[in-house]
Design a protein around this ligand. Sequence first.
Ligand code: ATP
Ligand code: MN
Length: 444
Amino acid sequence: MMVDIKLKRTKVSEIDSGLIGKHLFLQGWVRTCRSQKGVTFIELNDGSSIKNIQLISNQEHALLTGASIAVTGTLVKSPSPKQPFELQMESLDLIGDADSSFPLQKKGHTLDFLRDIAHLRPRTNTFGAVARVRSRMAFAVHEFFQKRKFFYVQTPVITSSDCEGAGELFELITETKNFFGKKAFLTCSGQLNGECFATALGDIYTFGPTFRAENSHTSRHLAEFWMIEPEMAFFDLKQNMELAESFVKHLVQTALEECSEDLGFFEERYEKGLKARLQIVLDRPFERISYTEAIDILLKSKIDFQYPVEWGKDLQSEHERYIAETVVGGPVILYNYPKTLKPFYMKANEDGKTVACMDVLVPKIGEIIGGSQREDNLLKLEEGIRSHGLNPSDYDWYLDLRRFGSVPHSGFGLGFERAVQFITGMENIRDIIAFPRAAGLCSF
Ligand code: ATP
Ligand code: MN
């Protein structure tokens, strides 16, 4: 029988016991279908929630996993303790059939296998849950900054400046030779552009795609990821740390409050104690430890790290994780790194050796935020550019921000996927973005 499409569609996430006795119209995909002796049980998922709804029919239907259907029926109390309610089906429309070659016919595929079918993996519990949490977190990012009267600025994806001088840029090749009249790249940070707006509008943030041609095959690096970069005028490093801490806490709190069902799924399937781990983030102030103190702690630990620990050398993931997981047992902010390890734009400290920077480290992941107070003194900034082997004339526009009405200002970058990885407990960053791009990986 054809479904009466004049009925308004209800999403599974909207169904609660209050709708018992109501006539509903549902659309979604069949997860399982069992039909015998004139009765059919269908588990329907419509993507709105981790939960399926059970549909019951007094007829036999032969439906395969993956098919899309539309149904009407009455919501009734379920006799089974497995679910509070189910839909007594009155009509069923097969919208799009699926056959037995549907790759998700059975449960329990490995994440590796699912990465190879990135176009279908959103139909699994895991990737549906990641996508819903990710969406809610993106909204929480805007909520956090908009509430604080920050302006959302869209900085360019194509750029001619190498923000860090790090040489991890994707260069753009065009068929028209020399299209821009100079080399152009995919951006690896919106910060320098963001500073132009912070020194005009006060407080701004960017939230966009970011590209780094890193060859590191780690569970924390992508070639294309999303970064949130707030930039604040009249802001020093201490205020920067406070904002970063509030920001991470806002994301975690929103996840606990608004994504409880999906987090419950991650807790059950992937990480025991996930919600308790997140609760600790809210309950405690983030510890602050200077780079120099961190080196002392690492040396005193007597642990035989793979990478040597020495003042002036960068901290590796193993060091960061040791500090966050073993020493602190929660998020920690490391600050004031040696200037030789950091980009040219960070503000020089008075000791002549370190710069006013900070990294927020969390258990399981290591760094999720990197930031700094920016050098606002023209001469020192020019000096910094030169000492990094770059040419001040290439940064003339950036130096203008210090020539005219320069102010102390600060900002940071949060890797969006790393944040969602931290919140869901997923092991690999490639499972946090819909279509991952990394060295050797660019399908779909
Ligand atoms: P790492 O040392 O972990 O490679 P980074 O110091 O190069 O990171 P920043 O330049 O400080 O990173 O960038 C700010 C934030 O962007 C990082 O704290 C991290 O959360 C995120 N990020 C950086 N590189 C990547 C990447 N390749 N994939 C995903 N997120 C990244
Ligand atoms: Mn960093």
